[in-house]
Design a binder for this molecule. Structure first.
Ligand code: SAM
Length: 278
């Protein structure tokens, strides 16, 4: 017998920029863990029937404990391997602490994390057991827009784990910001960006802009069950490193990850025919 979901509590995601959207995406809630308004955004945490614990910011799903490892491994490790020996890393956004967890699997000297909203960090410590206590980590609660501009030729890897263009993040999704990221990288530096689903119009624009800023540009994809539309994309850029030529296979020694492997690295870099960065 089919269950009528209307009688139960469901969450439905707001589709950005899709005013006349004829579809939606949602999941059944077991328990509403938290709902508050910080100075910058609405923060909600749900325990769900299918995806475990879910973090939602301004109506957009950020992660689910069931499959966040796929997203965070794909966002972080390709860039760390593309660089080969990253010592100074910047995480932009990422207040849930999960990209940070992946970065710290590498022998880095220093990790800066800049998230505008200290409340996201606070609730992630409490409800997702995220750990920010490593001595190499420095947290800044500032707007990434002004923060990144202060650095030139400094970071080996920059990981951009920002919310989609919601009100608080929207000024970081443009060519000016991408150029600031490029300038903050060392010559052999590599930047990584969460870059939306394959076929979302705003994500197509993001990838097009990024590919115009970075001389070397590459997209990888992975299916993240708790994100709507289609496969999710992770975009990588560098001034000097030809990403297609790096032999990432050699870097995996000592790394035992749950999703990302040499085979996944190469397979995830193959795009469908309709996909075009330019
Ligand atoms: N996995 C995510 C996704 O799918 O979009 C991103 C996760 S992470 C929680 C996004 C973080 O970006 C949030 O904690 C938010 O506070 C931060 N953020 C948004 N706008 C920002 C800005 N202008 N400067 C710094 N951090 C920002």
């Amino acid at each position: 017998m089919k269950k009528n979901f209307l009688g139960n509590k469901w969450f439905f995601e707001d589709f950005l920029e899709v005013e006349d959207s004829a579809s939606t995406w949602g999941f059944e809630i077991k328990k509403e863990v938290l709902s508050l308004k910080s100075k910058f955004q609405k923060i909600e945490i749900f325990d769900t029937k299918e995806f475990g614990r879910v973090l939602v910011l301004d109506g957009i799903v950020q992660l689910s404990t069931k499959n966040e490892f796929v997203y965070h491994e794909m966002l972080v490790h390709p860039s760390m391997f593309y660089h080969a020996k990253p010592k100074r890393v910047l995480i932009i956004g990422g207040g849930d602490g999960m990209a940070l967890r992946e970065v710290l699997k590498h022998p880095v000297d220093e990790v800066f994390l800049v998230d505008i909203d200290s409340k996201v960090i606070e609730v992630s410590k409490r409800y997702f057991k995220s750990d920010f206590s490593d001595k190499r980590v420095k947290i800044f609660n500032e707007d990434a827009l002004a923060f990144v501009r202060q650095y030139k030729n400094y970071f080996d890897v920059i990981i951009t784990d920002l919310t989609d263009p919601t009100p608080v993040a929207k000024f970081c999704w443009n060519r000016i910001f991408y150029s600031d990221v490029l300038n903050a990288l060392t010559d052999n530096g590599v930047a990584s960006f969460q870059s939306g689903s394959l076929n979302e119009p705003f994500a197509m624009k993001i990838r097009k802009d990024l590919s115009n800023i970075f001389k070397y540009f590459k997209t990888h994809r992975a299916f993240i069950e708790s994100f709507p539309f289609s496969e999710y994309t992770f975009s990588f850029g560098s001034k000097r490193v030809n990403l297609d030529k790096v032999n990432v296979k050699n870097m995996f020694r000592g790394f035992d990850l749950k999703y990302y492997s040499p085979e996944i690295h190469y397979a995830s870099g193959v795009m469908p025919k309709f996909f075009s960065a330019k």
